[in-house]
Design a protein around this ligand. Structure first.
Ligand code: SF4
Length: 465
């Protein structure tokens, strides 16, 4: 007897990792990932509410499961994530009576309990799986069991180290839906990294809403610098090649963290530190806790301590009351700092947040769109300029997959590179690649010495990816 599951995942890396956690629990119970989602016995939507559009998409997907549940009442429907949040889901339960299980973010166990309570079928499956797990030596309780189609194929994975957030940025719904910050134990994190490495993962990204506050809620606990060193040393023993971490907050980025990144060879020189805006008045009303000048000084400090570092940021355009001159402050700051990547978002009022309750959403959608496009255009030029500096140089690329007949991988700075090589399966390998073409969003390479390729930046443009 077999049972299968399918999880639709919306939103951020933390949600991707939460879905992986749920999949792992279901795999441990003997279920397998369904080839055809609609054929699955267990159907789950992992939701995001960071913007209204994401919430609407999630609700649409959930309602699309109602006719399936009505036709096959034995199927199990679950909703997980930030739409459920950390509070009693009763209002949602009333709205979605056809849903069997509601799971808070990062909490898969209500589904396990529900399936176990559904009687012999799942109990027998779980018992059989447990005996198989014993046989396959998946002894480690904390082991994260990847779905069978990912084992040996998944090269990169996310590992949460801090759940929730204890800051109160006025636009942000996360603290209301994911709760206060809670650091996971070092042992749990290392066990997960080891089990991922044994299943073929070669790069892990440590996750937190404010990852550089890791350990702050543990009395005399380790900080992120300590954790990075331990994960580095233990992970590399199991075959991990690369370690990244995100998302940091400007106020908690210490020299110790930066020096650890600069010192340890398998820690990648990439820092994700959102600015959100470049105007002090806007930053004050966002309750971000720093000024533009302090953010500029942080970028300088990061570049001084970590050689060849890539810096990524987040920016919100159209925050309530943002005037044109205030927007210009943000644009000028980005043009000056020339960061490697800007995750851009238009302000979207979220329920319960201070900004939604107290500040009118007075920047029009057209104006938000105009500001979004202006930054996007400027950043594309900056990306092209930064990537062009790599032309003719060699860089180590961790290969993740084959795409359009080319190997696709990323540099230590998290830049996407494509190259051709039919000699063998390169997935999971770190390959030295010579860069022969660059664009704002990706680069083309070739294996050093394979000189029969076209001249840089010429022919490739015709087929630029
Ligand atoms: S730091 Fe601010 S923006 Fe980030 S998750 Fe916490 S409240 Fe939200």
């Amino acid at each position: 007897m077999s049972k299968s599951y399918h999880i639709w995942t919306l939103g951020c890396q933390m949600n991707v990792s939460d879905s992986q956690r749920l999949a792992s629990e279901l795999e441990k119970m003997g279920l397998s990932a369904a080839e055809d989602p609609e054929q699955a016995d267990v159907l789950v939507v992992n939701t995001c509410v960071v913007r209204q559009s994401a919430e609407d998409k999630g609700m649409g997907r959930i309602y699309s499961l109602r006719p399936i549940k009505e036709k096959y009442p034995d199927k199990v429907v679950g909703v997980m994530g930030c739409m459920v949040g950390v509070r009693d889901p009763l209002p949602l339960r009333k709205k979605l009576p056809f849903v069997d299980v509601f799971m808070s973010p990062s909490e898969p166990l209500p589904m396990v309990d529900f399936l176990r309570s559904k009687g012999d079928e799942y109990e027998a499956l779980a018992a059989e799986a447990e005996s198989r797990a014993m046989r396959d030596a998946i002894q480690d309780e904390d082991a994260l069991v990847l779905p069978s189609h990912e084992r040996g194929n998944l090269i990169t994975a996310h590992v949460p180290v801090v759940y929730g957030c204890s800051h109160a940025c006025t636009f942000c719904i996360i603290p209301f839906r994911r709760g206060v910050e809670r650091s996971r134990s070092v042992g749990e994190i290392v066990a997960e990294v080891r089990s991922l490495a044994r299943q073929g993962v070669r790069e892990v990204t440590l996750l937190g809403q404010i990852v550089d506050r890791y350990g702050k809620d543990i009395p005399d606990g380790p900080d992120l610098g300590d954790l990075l060193r331990i994960v580095h040393d233990e992970g590399v023993k199991e075959g991990i090649q690369r370690i990244r971490f995100l998302t940091s907050h400007p106020n908690w980025m210490t020299d110790k963290i930066l020096d650890t990144v600069a010192e340890l060879p398998h820690l990648m020189p990439q820092i994700e530190v959102p600015a959100q805006a470049g105007d002090d008045e806007v930053l004050r009303r966002m309750k971000r806790g720093y000024t533009q000048e302090q953010y500029r000084q942080l970028i300088e400090r990061i570049r001084a301590r970590v050689p060849d570092v890539a810096i990524h940021t987040d920016i919100i355009v159209g925050f309530p009351g943002e005037t044109e001159p205030q927007f210009e402050q943000t644009l000028t700051m980005l043009k000056d700092l020339k960061l490697d990547k800007v995750h851009l978002a238009k302000y979207s009022p979220r329920p319960q947040t201070v900004s939604a309750r107290t500040m009118p959403d007075d920047v029009s959608d057209e104006e938000k769109e105009r500001r979004f496009r202006e930054i996007d255009r400027a950043q594309a030029e900056i990306n092209a300029e930064i990537n062009a500096r790599r032309l003719g140089t060699q860089t180590p690329v961790l290969v993740e997959e084959l795409q359009g007949g080319k190997w696709r991988g990323r540099t230590p700075q998290n830049k996407i590179v494509f190259f051709e090589d039919a000699s063998r399966d390169r997935r999971g390998e770190v390959v030295d690649v010579e860069i022969i073409w660059t664009g704002p969003w990706s680069m083309q390479g070739r294996l050093p010495g394979s000189g029969d390729q076209p001249k840089p930046n010429e022919i490739i443009q015709l087929s630029a990816l």
